[in-house]
Design a protein around this ligand. Structure first.
Ligand SMILES: Nc1ncnc2c1ncn2[C@@H]1O[C@H](COP(=O)(O)OP(=O)(O)OP(=O)(O)O)[C@@H](O)[C@H]1O
Length: 346
């Protein structure tokens, strides 16, 4: 493998997320974090903006612009848009002459077809070598867990559209589960509540802000109000409403319970000697969704296990994919890879 030593080869880890795409370049760290959004001009179907720039267009919502969110529940929903978005984002991170070796995280529940689509998108975006790793394994590595040691490590990665849970030991996955449920489902639960309770509809960005600023996974000590404007369902008029933290806490309970149930199932199925390690060493939470206020406290209370939030939890998967690429010889069982044998133009 002479190419391994080529100075032009760049190891790149990507968290191709439902909400955010993050790029880790070996030697530089996280170089990009952009919303997984692409905008096209409807008149000629051309791409006009990607990431933050596309998000800004969304706010202005001109009629000639169509906004695409090519990922759903952690997997590719629109292949062509994903390929274009990835190619564009990568072109901003690396020089075209560089030989790219790329690793991307995929949920445990991704089908072979879904995995092939990710692999193909990586090649089409310019990679010479493409690798996949389960999202939760990448998160554990990115969070700095001792995944090679003969101890049980448990990680729960709560993203926008998926939650991935894994038990890792001796450089391999002992058990992993994923569910099509994440922090976007908290937004949906709040949206539905506001619609029913106040007969108001509001922007997705407002719902997200409400969740981040006033949401809580545990009963909030201080019941603060969040004031926002929305459009009345009956009269179409703008009106201001205040929603309390305790209301937001209550409506998020349903999706939260499903994530807790999955974590409980995983713990129940974990071999006893590894379960004992986890009871002692605790569980690590990663992913943007884990940053919800009180999430670690809730998991700890309900599972009866110490729980810690990783440092910069939203970056763990991207960091982990990059680190795993560097250690890919050691992590044979954890990753799938292929070298491009044909060249197509992006
Ligand atoms: N401080 C915060 N409190 C609560 N939620 C947050 C916070 N910060 C970010 N989030 C939520 O995290 C989610 C995005 O997390 P992340 O970037 O890990 O997901 P993703 O990787 O795009 O999704 P997936 O892994 O499901 O494909 C968003 O729904 C966002 O609202």
């Amino acid at each position: 493998m002479g190419s391994m030593f080529s100075p032009l080869t760049k190891n790149i880890g990507i968290d191709l997320g439902t909400c955010t795409t993050q790029v880790f370049v070996e030697g530089r760290g996280i170089v990009m974090s952009e919303p997984s959004i692409l905008a096209t001009d409807e008149r000629n179907r051309k791409t006009i903006a990607v990431g933050h720039a596309a998000e800004q267009l969304l706010a202005k919502s001109p009629e000639t612009v169509k906004i695409h969110r090519p990922l759903l529940n952690g997997v590719i929903a629109d292949y062509n848009v994903t390929r274009t978005m990835l190619g564009y984002l990568l072109s901003k991170c690396v020089r075209s002459v560089q030989r790219l070796r790329i690793m991307v995280g995929v949920p445990a529940a991704a089908s072979n077809v879904e995995k092939r689509a990710v692999m193909e998108a990586i090649f089409q975006a310019g990679a010479k070598e493409a690798y996949l790793i389960e999202t939760a394994a990448a998160a554990a590595i990115g969070a700095g867990l001792p995944v090679y040691d003969p101890v049980g490590n448990m990680v729960i990665d709560i993203g926008g559209g998926t939650t991935n849970i894994a038990i890792i030991s001796l450089g391999g996955i002992v058990l992993s589960r994923s569910i099509h449920l994440g922090s976007l489902d908290f937004d949906d639960a709040i949206k539905e509540y506001i619609r029913q309770q106040y007969a108001i509809v509001t922007e997705d960005s407002t719902l997200e802000e409400m969740k981040i600023h006033n949401g809580s996974a545990v009963l909030p000590l201080e019941d603060r109000g969040y004031y926002f404007t929305g459009r009345g369902i009956d009269d179409g008029l703008q009106q201001e409403v205040g929603v309390k933290s305790s209301e937001i806490y209550r409506v998020m309970g349903k999706p939260l319970v499903k994530i807790l149930d999955l974590a409980q199932d995983v713990l129940r199925e974990t071999p006893p000697e590894l379960a004992a390690d986890i009871m002692e060493r605790g569980i690590v939470l990663t992913g943007g969704g884990s940053m919800l206020h009180g999430m670690d406290q809730l998991f700890s209370q309900e599972l009866g296990v110490p729980v810690v939030l990783a440092a910069e939890p939203e970056l763990a998967v991207a960091r982990g994919t990059g680190k795993a690429l560097h250690d890919r010889e050691k992590l044979g069982a954890l990753i799938e890879g292929a070298e491009r044998i044909y060249r197509r133009r992006f």
